[in-house]
Design a protein around this ligand. Structure first.
Ligand SMILES: Nc1ncnc2c1ncn2[C@@H]1O[C@H](COP(=O)(O)OP(=O)(O)OP(=O)(O)O)[C@@H](O)[C@H]1O
Length: 241
């Protein structure tokens, strides 16, 4: 089985704070991997290290079974927690920008922009300036920007935050569709019904992945009925309760 991304023995600290303490994870091709953990447990830091946006103090990353190059990092589909969009441009122009830096042009670019806009339900709003978008519309546009070049690997940092349940469900249908096409997805989330939709989940706490596996296998391992119960137990432990 090939693996699109692998992090080995990753360590990271900010000043005196140890954020990642020997984290290793390997994603399998075509899986949706949910990264969960208490707020501040290092999920975003881990994702940013896997993306090459942050440097680990030590440890190793492989992308598509190779030492990553800048181009390999750039080819990934990344959706950050805060939207990195150009407010003064239209949604179409934003997507055009992201498609262009991925080397797309001409008819193919235009067609793909329309496709991804439709996938996130923004095809009727492409000519609007992003400054007039709601928070949820901006999230969806950020996701469309991450999809535009059809990457094989997506790193999505809380992609559904602030979205209504109908749109959230639509986006998860889209994630499953992408998976069906062979893409691999790592997604951070606090939403437990999303966790249940992941093939595997990694629980990050105090800088370590303390448990990893299919949601059902994990709940069985912890003797609880939902992943939420594991999560709550971890938070209590972190608070010293
Ligand atoms: N650039 C930075 N400089 C200093 N500290 C940082 C920096 N980035 C993150 N941290 C700290 O590292 C810890 C982990 O942050 P991170 O954003 O990775 O957590 P998270 O699990 O993604 O949290 P959330 O679920 O709230 O998004 C936090 O205590 C945060 O304050």
């Amino acid at each position: 089985m090939s693996y699109p991304i692998k992090g080995e023995h990753l360590h990271k600290h900010f000043k005196k704070q140890v954020v990642l303490d020997d984290v290793s994870l390997t994603l399998q091709e075509g899986e949706i991997y949910g990264l969960i953990g208490p707020s501040g447990s290092g999920k975003t830091t881990l994702v940013r290290i896997l993306l090459g946006l942050e440097k680990a103090d030590s440890g190793k990353i492989e992308l598509f079974e190779r030492r990553p190059t800048l181009n390999a990092f750039r080819s990934l589909g990344y959706m950050a927690q805060s939207d990195a969009l150009y407010n003064e441009l239209s949604a179409y122009q934003n997507l055009e920008f992201f498609a262009s830096i991925q080397g797309m042009h001409g008819k193919e670019k235009k067609q793909r922009i329309l496709e991804v806009a439709k996938a996130v339900d923004l095809d009727q709003h492409l000519q609007k300036n992003v400054s007039n978008f709601s928070g949820g519309m901006k999230r969806r546009l950020s996701l469309a920007a991450a999809l535009v070049h059809s990457p094989r690997l997506y790193l999505l940092d809380e992609p559904t935050v602030g979205l209504d349940p109908v749109i959230r469900r639509k986006l998860w249908t889209l994630f499953h569709y992408l998976k069906g096409k062979g893409a691999t997805i790592i997604v951070t989330t606090h939403v437990m019904d999303e966790v249940a939709q992941c093939d595997r989940v990694g629980l990050l706490s105090t800088g370590r992945i303390i448990a990893e596996g299919a949601p059902k296998a994990l709940t069985a391992q912890y003797g609880v009925s939902t992943v939420e119960d594991i999560f709550i137990a971890i938070e209590k432990e972190a608070d010293g309760n």
